[in-house]
Design a protein around this ligand. Structure first.
Ligand code: NHW
Ligand code: EN5
Length: 388
């Protein structure tokens, strides 16, 4: 059934609920001297490259490969359109390895036809922190699909990660392979319902007119919570404390330090927005919320080419009710001209989704760990991890 995945150190479907299996790493680390030194063989027309994503040209090539060939919804109406600035941000966290940004070119034409990337992250699973790779942006050009290139790319990124002495990885995917750690639901909150309906992203509900729908999704012009403002560099220590304390309650979550928070959570125009609530009286930092920007190309619509989409990222509410905090995030996203606000049912998100008029989408997101076994699958609410 899964000719490739059956050979990999991942929990197999048949292991689920087997209480004799221990939680934790599946294969032990091998001595670095035993890690294969040569890259895996690609079919003859192709060659490996390491992508310097600081180079404008390299980054543009990766951007164009992804914007034309990356993830689509099940009816091929929309395709993710990660921006160049987003890719540079996503691939350059503290301690990144350029060798983990891997391209495949056609030898003769030098055309980039496939990509895969990893970045390092400290991920806590229950009481233990593991140095892991987060894998993302696996993409094979549409014309080269189903030729078993993906397994070679996965083995090559694994080899390069092993060379840095890392032995675990985390990733998410829309497809089911052995074996999800958790399966999450996408939820969507319309901000620009007329456009969303025009492009086929959503539909007019039963017994609804366009004007009733527009009214249903109306939002105030400005945020409600006193002390709500953009996060700034000087907030990094307080936000780190807030986030670390909050994430400690989930089974799987990143172990963020101040450098991580500065990289992953400080606002970056059209990439990441983040906000704090600073008490006007005590100047205490009590709440935090954030969303990242991932537009989608609209495939074949005469009126619109692109849809602006905000994705809920990390949110922490200690004083402001979480629902009110997220409503303020919606207000800002609407003001910034986003068409829709997406969220997964991870962390405590269930608690605000319905009240804030999110509806379930037709997409699911499966979370995976490589070379790490959990005895049972997790509930989405036990996940404190959001991958881009
Ligand atoms: S998920 C997004 C993945 N990308 C896309 O969906 C873009 C559009 N699709 C494509 O480009 C986020 C191709 O369809 C791809 C597959 C390249 C997906 N994850 O080459 P073949 C990520 O980037 C397995 C894992 O013939 P193809 C996460 C499939 O099950 N495996 O297919 C990436 C089959 O194996 P099986 C996937 O359609 C995580 C084999 O690939 C997969 O031409 C990567 C077929 O290969 C997916 N999303 O190319 C794993 N999609 O055993 C990282 C298909 O079933 C693991 N497959 O026969 C950790 C590594 C690091 C470890 C470090 C210690
Ligand atoms: C790795 N980091 O299917 C990520 N999106 O629901 C890779 N559906 O947008 C894995 N099909 O339901 C990505 N509108 C896996 C997801 C791939 C993309 C995907 C889904 C998520 C999506 C939309 C559009 C569907 C178009 C036809 C959808 C309904 C919205 C409606 C708004 C009003 C309230 C009810 C819901």
């Amino acid at each position: 059934r899964h000719k490739f995945w059956e050979t990999q150190p991942i929990a197999q479907f048949k292991d689920l609920g087997d209480t004799t299996l221990r939680e934790g790493p599946i294969d032990p680390p091998t001595p670095l001297s035993e890690v294969k030194i040569d890259p895996y063989n690609l079919p003859a027309p192709f060659e490996w490259i390491t992508c310097d994503m600081d180079s404008g040209e390299m980054c543009s090539e990766a951007y164009h490969l992804l914007s034309n060939n990356y993830v689509e919804d099940d009816e091929n109406m929309f395709r993710f359109d990660y921006s160049k600035e987003f890719l540079q941000w996503a691939l350059h966290p503290p301690g990144y390895f350029e060798s983990w940004h891997i391209g495949v070119r056609v030898k003769t034409s030098k055309k980039l036809v496939a990509f895969i990337s990893g970045v390092p992250a400290r991920i806590r699973v229950r009481d233990n922190v593991f140095l892991m790779a987060e894998i993302n942006f696996l993409c094979v050009h549409k014309k080269l699909r189903s030729k078993r290139l993906a397994p070679v790319m996965i083995k090559e990124v694994t080899r390069r990660i092993h060379l840095e002495n890392l032995w675990q990885a985390a990733f998410t995917a829309g497809v089911v392979i052995p074996t999800p750690v958790a399966t999450c639901q996408y939820w969507h909150r319309s901000l620009n319902p007329k456009k969303l309906i025009d492009v086929g992203f959503s539909r007019l509900g039963p017994r609804m007119t366009m004007s009733r729908t527009v009214k249903l999704y109306k939002l105030p012009d400005s945020t409600i919570t006193p002390g709500f403002r953009n996060m700034e560099l000087r907030d990094v220590p307080a936000v780190t404390r807030l986030i670390r304390d909050y994430l400690s309650r989930f089974v799987v979550a990143p172990d963020f330090d101040e450098d991580d928070v500065e990289h992953w959570l400080l606002p970056k125009e059209n990439v990441i927005d983040s906000f704090v609530v600073e008490s006007p009286e005590t100047h205490e930092m009590t709440d935090f919320c954030s969303f990242y920007s991932l537009p989608s190309t609209i495939l074949s619509n005469p009126n619109y080419k692109t849809m602006k989409v905000a994705y809920s990222y990390y949110n922490v509410a200690t004083k402001t009710p979480l629902t009110q905090l997220m409503n303020d995030a919606l207000i800002i996203a609407k003001k910034k001209d986003y068409d829709v606000f997406n969220a997964l049912d991870v962390m405590e998100n269930e608690s605000f989704l319905k009240e804030l008029k999110f509806g379930p989408g037709d997409g699911k997101l499966h979370y995976y760990l490589y070379n790490h076994r959990l005895r049972h699958p997790l509930q989405p609410s036990e996940l404190g991890l959001v991958l881009l």
